[in-house]
Design a protein around this ligand. Structure first.
Ligand SMILES: *Cc1c(COP(=O)(O)O)cnc(C)c1O
Length: 382
């Protein structure tokens, strides 16, 4: 990381360590080879085309949540493409049917209305809600009460029993009920729940997508996934998919900013950055403290790192430094590879971060620099 402070780059910058992402993808690939599980990257975490292109030779394909994501992923390569979203629209179905291999409908109503449109293209499946929560925060728990994501298992079982044509048309299941989990034990419990409820239905299906939401750093971390995948294939003949997003890119992303003003405010030091929470909106959305990359000392100078917009609450938080930071100093936050750049915006007319790919050492490639023209393009009429 330390070299990121010395490398010549324009701030604010979003830097992703391409090698670190490829290393994670290689873990997935090896697990896929061991188990037969197909490995997809959930592109919504960071849908940057050069990254998708770099992942294409390593992974089996991509998982997407919209027509735009599907088109982007299709541009990156011709691997497997999986789609699920509560936001499916009839007008998009033709193209989705052509570019996607599997579509998991989000509700029985959505299936009934739109599955016919897949007739000769993508394989129709259903996202199910296994009714198992593993997350304390309901805002990202797909199995929260009155969930909008997936069909509860008893509803699916009833529909299968009452409508033989539906049972024939249904080719796969999709389940995603995890976020940032380090143990795969919830996946085992989820699959066991599916088996208890739908046991005699599973052999009639072709595929099952086990979603994402899990983190992994070593080959061994994926052993349990491999075990589950091999068992599903052996027992029921299912093709198994896994589709992590954050697990691949989360730790590989850095937000680099410069200090552009330092002053005291009622006894506390404020350092203003040339970035803002709008470059990492989850800091504000979830009031999450971003992860400093400089190894905060126990004692030292406490400084409030503030964003450069007019919003009073545009603050990264209070951090400690070995010495009082000075104008021009660089600040690096780590673990921002997922769900930061994709949510970034140009509020107050401050530009988006410049994007660099980094090899983890001395090489940095500038891949994208936004200009006033991009801002103008967004905010002028056609
Ligand atoms: C967001 C999402 C993923 C990826 O989740 P991560 O937490 O980034 O691994 C996978 N599948 C579905 C259905 C999702 O909504």
């Amino acid at each position: 990381m330390s070299s990121l402070l010395e490398l010549p780059l324009e701030t604010p910058a979003f830097v992703y360590d391409e090698q670190a992402i490829l290393n994670r993808a290689t873990l997935l690939r090896r697990a896929g080879e061991r188990s037969g599980c197909r490995m997809l990257y959930s592109v919504k975490a960071l849908p940057f085309l050069p990254l998708l292109q770099a992942l294409t030779p390593v992974l089996d394909g991509f998982s997407v949540s919209s027509l735009f994501e599907a088109r982007l992923a299709a541009l990156a390569g011709d691997g497997a493409l999986h789609l699920t979203t509560p936001g499916l629209k009839a007008v998009d179905m033709d193209e989705i049917s052509q570019v996607c291999d599997t579509v998991a409908f989000n509700s029985l109503e959505q299936f009934q209305r739109l599955a016919g449109a897949l007739s000769h293209g993508a394989s129709p499946g259903l996202r199910v809600n296994p009714g198992l929560s593993f997350l304390a925060d309901q805002r990202y728990d797909p199995c929260r009460p009155h969930s909008k994501l997936g069909v509860p298992l008893p509803d699916l079982e009833r529909r299968l029993a009452e409508h033989p044509t539906f049972a024939q048309a249904l080719r796969g299941l999709h389940v995603h009920n995890a976020f940032a989990l380090r143990s795969f034990e919830p996946m085992t419990r989820t699959v066991e729940r599916l088996e208890t409820t739908l046991l005699h239905r599973l052999p009639n299906l072709e595929w099952i997508n086990l979603g994402g939401g899990y983190l992994f750093q070593r080959d061994e971390d994926l052993d349990e996934l491999c075990h589950i995948s091999r068992r599903l294939t052996r027992e029921y003949g299912l093709r198994v998919f896994f589709e992590p997003g954050k697990g691949l890119v989360g730790e590989a992303g850095y937000l680099v900013a410069s200090i552009i003003d330092v002053f005291a405010s009622e006894g506390k030091t404020i350092a203003v950055l040339d970035s803002s929470v709008n470059h990492n909106p989850e800091v504000f959305e979830y009031q999450r403290r971003p992860v400093p990359a400089w190894g905060e000392p126990e004692s030292g100078e406490a400084v409030i790192l503030a964003g450069c917009t007019c919003l009073a609450g545009d603050l990264f938080g209070e951090f400690r430094f070995p010495r009082r930071p000075a104008l021009g100093d660089r600040i690096v936050f780590r673990d921002v590879g997922a769900y930061s750049l994709i949510k970034a915006n140009r509020f107050n007319g401050h530009n988006l971060p410049t994007i660099y790919a980094w090899d983890g050492g001395l090489e940095l490639r500038l891949l994208k620099q936004y200009s006033f023209g991009d801002y103008l393009g967004q905010w002028s009429a056609d």
